[in-house]
Design a protein around this ligand. Structure first.
Ligand SMILES: [Zn+2]
Length: 85
């Protein structure tokens, strides 16, 4: 039987929120790499990365919450069939 009518299989907004979340994770990884390079190079200013990483972490948490909150109120999923009851 066709199951595509049982729920929203694809949601553009959820996809965009998930992409935004992935983006914050990439930024965080990049900052950690930059901090590591700065430490290896004995950059005296490497402390500034702690603030940048802290801010990037907050953006990541916000993006994750926005995505999960959207799924909760919208009942959708970006992946076909995996979030259907
Ligand atoms: Zn949605």
């Amino acid at each position: 039987m066709e199951r595509s009518m049982t729920g929203v299989a694809y949601c553009k907004e959820a996809k965009e929120l998930l992409d935004a979340f992935a983006d914050t994770i990439r930024q965080l990884i990049r900052l950690h790499e930059d901090q590591f390079q700065a430490l290896v190079a004995s950059d005296a200013d490497s402390q500034r990365f702690d603030d940048l990483i802290h801010m990037a972490n907050e953006r990541k948490h916000n993006a994750k919450y926005a995505y999960m909150h959207h799924l909760e109120i919208h009942g959708c999923s970006t992946i076909d069939g995996t979030n259907q009851k």
